[in-house]
Design a protein around this ligand. Structure first.
Ligand code: IMP
Length: 200
């Protein structure tokens, strides 16, 4: 079986771009679920990033009969008790809201709040047709800005400043984001798991 070609179980174009930018230099090919002909919206009914990543990867793997990989990710804000967390894509008005509406809603909730600590989390799950599962997790600590900065990236990037940097994920550029982000860390761990798996 080819262990270096996966269907990405996601309809999120930002995630797809980052998966390719990060994994292709490692020789890992990513096919989008739309390109593979399995463009389904898997319901994320889990309470954890790990569960939701498994739900998405296993549904696409079962439908396609090919190895699938998924990322379930989100922003956990300290002052909100870890919210929006697994509900990041559905925060505020839900999936019909634009990214801008969601991050402005977050900023409204944090008006006057001094503790602006937060972290992004990414959980990767890869499912093979035989039932084997590989998992990896990455986190990126930082702070929520007072106002949006920059136009790159996706989701909450304009309002998140990673620790050790001056700008937001949206202003630092994809090269920086793809080196230090939660997704970059999770995918680096995933590529190591994949090497061990291929050597078994
Ligand atoms: P899900 O993994 O499909 O549940 O969606 C995760 C949601 O978390 C996205 O829709 C974004 O709102 C947010 N998110 C995850 N990763 C990032 C990121 O790298 N930058 C900005 N927002 C992100």
């Amino acid at each position: 079986m080819n262990h270096r070609r996966f269907i990405l179980a996601s309809g999120n174009k930002g995630k797809l771009r980052e998966f390719r930018e990060i994994l292709e230099p490692m020789g890992i090919e990513i096919v989008s679920q739309a390109e593979a002909g399995f463009d389904m919206d898997v319901e994320e009914t889990g309470d954890t990033f790990e569960e939701n990543a498994w739900l998405k990867a296993s549904a696409i793997c079962a439908a396609a009969g090919l190895p699938a990989v998924a990322d379930d990710s989100g922003l956990c804000v300290d002052a909100l008790g870890g919210a929006p967390g697994v509900y990041s894509a559905r925060f505020g008005g839900g999936k019909s809201w634009t990214d801008e509406q969601k991050y402005m809603y977050l900023l409204e909730k944090l008006v006057g709040v001094r503790d602006r600590g937060a972290k992004f989390v990414s959980c990767i799950c890869c499912v093979f047709p035989g039932g084997d599962v590989l998992r990896a997790r990455g986190e990126c600590p930082g702070h929520i800005l007072e106002a949006p900065v920059g136009s790159g990236g996706f989701g909450y990037d304009p309002v998140f400043r990673p620790d050790g940097y001056e700008g937001s994920f949206a202003s630092l550029g994809e090269d920086v984001k793809n080196r230090i982000s939660h997704r970059a860390r999770a995918l680096a761990a995933f590529s190591k798991e994949l090497e061990k798996y291929a050597d078994r």
